[in-house]
Design a protein around this ligand. Structure first.
Ligand code: AMP
Length: 259
């Protein structure tokens, strides 16, 4: 599968060096050192870029497939533009080809001493693996968790839903969190949708960082609350999301008890 996809992308982008970063059900992600035009000096990282490619699905009717590729790629790019406009940390889009399903964007994150990319998950893991229990709940980790919570609060405050919040879909660039992967993102002002987004992350933290999940989740929610500020109307919105989060947790508990 990957060889065929790499060949396809090489044919679309001749002469562009590509390194496969990940291969998911929806998209293949490549890294490249090449900007399609001229790297803009304001880019966070002017020497590294990500190319996300949605390959066609052979089992779909070609016309439907082309329409899905185009609308999903355009939807993701639009979402990223809205994030940039709202000042929410996420990669800047450099270029896109909706028809071919390509998004060229800024590369975020660094390589950790462990050799892994600096996702929120890998950062927490590398601290958990190499440091004392006290250092795992240090002020530095608390600050990062609160910043992640604040970032999600900002997102929700703009009625934007990530749709796949995990600790891998948050990347740390110089220890500052950025959101990535908007393939399942949507727009909604409903407290229920925001609560589900939070619940997905809460569960991801519980399953990948079980030892310290309670503290991490507490700090995430502290940062989330801070993003809503003290304005009465915003406070009401925050309280509504928290109420729904409790409902979603209860539904989740019921489901896991029933198996
Ligand atoms: P996605 O298909 O968007 O979830 O991306 C899959 C993987 O590619 C992510 O888990 C990251 O490791 C990597 N990735 C995607 N976008 C970026 C980006 N802008 N900067 C750095 N890594 C990225």
């Amino acid at each position: 599968m990957t060889d065929r996809v790499v060949q396809l992308v090489e044919d679309i982008l001749p002469g562009i060096p590509l390194q496969v970063v990940s291969q998911g059900a929806e998209a293949v992600v490549f890294r490249t050192g090449v900007h399609p035009y001229t790297a803009h000096p304001s880019l966070t990282n002017p020497n590294q870029f990500i190319i996300k490619y949605r390959p066609s699905k052979k089992y779909r009717h070609p016309k439907i497939d082309a329409s899905i590729t185009k609308s999903r790629t355009a939807g993701e790019v639009k979402f990223m533009h809205r994030l940039a406009k709202a000042g929410i940390n996420a990669p800047n889009v450099v270029s896109a080809d909706f028809k071919r399903g390509l998004i060229w964007m800024e590369h975020l994150g660094e390589v950790l001493p462990s050799g892994e990319v600096s996702s929120f998950k890998n950062h927490l893991w590398s601290v958990e693996r190499t440091r004392s229990p006290d250092e795992c709940v240090s002020e530095d980790i608390q600050r990062i968790c609160e910043q992640v919570g604040q970032l999600i609060g900002q997102l929700h405050h703009n009625d934007m839903i990530h749709g796949d919040l995990t600790s891998s879909n948050i990347v740390l660039q110089k220890k500052v969190p950025y959101l990535i992967d908007f393939g399942l993102s949507s727009y909604s002002g409903l407290a229920e949708d925001k609560a589900v987004d939070l619940y997905v992350l809460e569960r991801a933290i519980q399953s990948t960082h079980s030892m310290y999940a309670y503290k991490y989740n507490q700090w995430l929610l502290k940062g989330y609350e801070a993003a809503y500020g003290t304005n009465k109307q915003n406070r009401r919105k925050y309280v509504e999301v928290m109420g729904k989060l409790e409902d979603v947790r209860q539904r989740g508990r019921k489901r896991s008890m029933l198996g």
